[in-house]
Unconditional design. Sequence first.
Lengths: 272, 224
Amino acid sequence: MTTETSTTDMATTAPVPAGTATAGADVSEPVERSTSGPLALSLGLAAVLALGATVALGLTLPATVEQGAYSRLIAIHPGVAWASYIAVAVTALASALWLWPRTRSARWDRTAGASAEIGVVFTALTLATGSIWGRPTWGVWWVWDARLTLSALMLALYLGYLALRRVPASPDARARRSAVTALLAVAVVPLNHFAVTWWRTLHQGRSLAQLDPGNDVDGAFIAAMLLGLLAMTLVYAWLLVHRVRVARLEDEAEDAMLALAIAERRREAAPA
Amino acid sequence: MWRDALLVAGKDLRIEARSRVATNQVAPFAVLVLVLFAFALDPDRGLLTRAAAGLFWVAVLFSALLAVQRAQTVESGEGTGDALRLSGLDPAGIFLGKAGAVVVQLFALELLLGAGVVVLYGVDPAGYAALGATAVAATLGLAAAGTLYGALATGSRGRETLLPLLLLPAVAPVLIAATRASEAALGIGGLDVAPGDWLALLGVFAVVYVAFGVVAFGPLMEEE
């Protein structure tokens, strides 16, 4: 592979679907230029369908006596909260897999970072939708309830984690630091949980506890909530697949740029 | 490991004793925080006295940030970090030593701040044993967490701003538990949870972070 061909390739080749990734014939290594693929496509379609169904069902829910239209948030809020938990769990798992020498791979580092990014978005959405519901129901945007406080602390912890990931370092050092931080963040969650639970508790019981038989919650609300959980899980998985692939492309582009720069310096140094 | 820890702690404390950064900058800062709280809250209505435990621990937290940053700065100049890596000292010992030096400094600060809240906020000191136990458990946790996050954030350009972002949410349980336990010892405020539970939480926090630090400090030091 000569530097000339790779430069022109970088500059002119438009993103191509994953199936035809070897289209750049001059490049010796097949480089995937797109983040789409069969998995991402099917996940995306499923996510859009489930999200559409959630929106449709959520908007047709009857307004309840006490909460009015705001009770329809049950289609969204438990779902995004659930997705944020999944994201945190995946980050911890991927970090542990990176730290474990036998399974160490850059893929787990990218997965951990990607999942944390999406998790931060979902945690922020959880707090936002919760606030929107809390204003009419509790009368205030924010209360110092255990679960709200815990979510806010989680958001701060993972913002710190993402900030640490942005710190320039060698890929290996960055991955190690990030993995340790992610595991620490998870280790703190139970401590934070006890601290804030003993400190304050006001949140209504867990939404999933409404599934107990004998609870007279309207079936449509349960259906909307479960559909929301499914939709948000699919959205999370879809975003994760794309984000991990973007991270890999970023790494590849960085390597290519570095190789290019080294080759150019060598050529400058070589006698003409 | 313990011998190495003592060596490192002794080194850090000697540096602090000679440079006087802790006494000349961190301690006045901590007292200044107490004064600022008085400006922020009306000192006349007994608000300060009731909030004294929480304000005390917030002041300790801010001072701990400075102390941890200082402990990391000591290792960042003139290749001292490399020297420490090459010294052959046990990384776990280095971690315990650096955390131990921070513990000693924080104890001194807590005594100063304790005198500060008694004098400035009109707190009646009581329950010395419970206060002492709270201080020991909370300080161990703070120092261990601070040293660990300090090492994680080290070598980065935005370190000064990154460390608080990493450390403060992580030590939130310490602030909550130490405040409640201190209030219980001082007899301020109603309590739903037994003081012993708060102390246990502080203890678990300290154990988790010390254990994590002992295991993770080696790999983190080797990386650069």
